[in-house]
Design a protein around this ligand. Structure first.
Ligand code: DGL
Length: 270
């Protein structure tokens, strides 16, 4: 039954929360690699090594399907994992595609050629590693033509959120939005391409203004997972116990997680 959800730290909790609301009968095993967060400033080999190690831990916890609720891992490691690493009978999915399908008004699995879509000017906010990978632009180009993407690497935001310093996180978001607007003054849509950013979504919306449609991943990924499990019900693993695992200090991570989700969360050592 169990499905694994992985992030470098606390950001994937935004995805976990939406998935639990959408699929209350599924036991989710969450793993945060808090000992090594942030991933967004690491190189691709390092992100690959850390992501495979944590995904393997989720397989051991009885998950046959693991969601990389981390754009940085999805951008820098997922393709390489799918090419040569994922063991027989296991599946690993990323978080980019549901978002891009929503932006390009596509249904799941629609592989028709790229076409013109309503939005023309899109701002992408993500970690430095995600921006450097250009994975978002690549996935978008498979589905849409004529979309101008301006990417803003949001250094420091993940660290501030992981530390629970929301005043710093807010200040950094406002300065990153201002930097983006200097390059693209009037985006029609903004993508929050990091699962930590929904925790400061209101700040992004406020800084961007009410006319910008802000896309964040949690609900889109949950809907896409529900659809996937309807199609492939046998891809739930044998695990039955929901749990929260961390490579960091469980007591400290539990306090921050409880603050973010506004409900009691107990992490255990991975
Ligand atoms: N929340 C992650 C993401 O979506 C990770 C950020 C990081 O560790 O830098 O990109």
């Amino acid at each position: 039954m169990a499905v694994g959800i992985f992030d470098s730290g606390l950001g994937g909790l935004t995805v976990l929360d939406a998935c639990q609301k959408r699929l209350p009968e599924v036991p989710f095993v969450y793993l945060g690699d808090n000992a090594h967060t942030p991933y967004g400033v690491r190189d691709a080999d390092d992100i690959y090594d850390l992501t495979t190690r944590c995904t393997d831990r989720l397989f051991q916890a009885g998950c046959d399907l693991v969601i990389l609720a981390c754009n940085t891992a999805s951008a820098a490691a997922l393709r390489r994992m799918q090419e040569a690493w994922i063991p027989e009978g296991k599946r690993v999915l990323g978080v980019f595609v549901p978002l891009i399908e929503a932006l390009t008004e596509r249904q799941w699995g629609d592989n028709s050629p790229p076409r013109e879509v309503a939005v023309k000017h899109v701002a992408l906010f993500a970690t430095p590693a995600t921006v450097a990978s250009r994975a978002f632009q690549r996935e978008l180009a498979f589905r849409a033509i004529g979309v101008d993407v301006e990417a803003q690497a949001c250094g420091g935001v993940v660290d501030a959120i992981e530390e629970g310093d929301m005043i710093l996180a807010e200040a950094l978001v406002r300065s990153h939005v201002a930097a983006l607007k200097r390059k693209m003054p009037t985006p029609e849509a903004a993508i929050l391409g990091c699962t930590h950013y929904p925790l400061v979504q209101e700040v992004f919306q406020d800084a961007l203004g009410p006319d910008v449609a802000v896309y964040s991943q949690a609900d889109l990924v949950a809907a896409s997972l529900a659809d996937y499990l309807d199609r492939y019900p046998d891809r739930r693993g044998p695990g039955e116990v929901p749990m929260f695992l961390t490579t960091g200090d469980p007591a400290r991570v539990s306090v921050h997680a409880t603050q973010f989700l506004r409900r009691k969360i107990d992490f255990y050592a991975a």
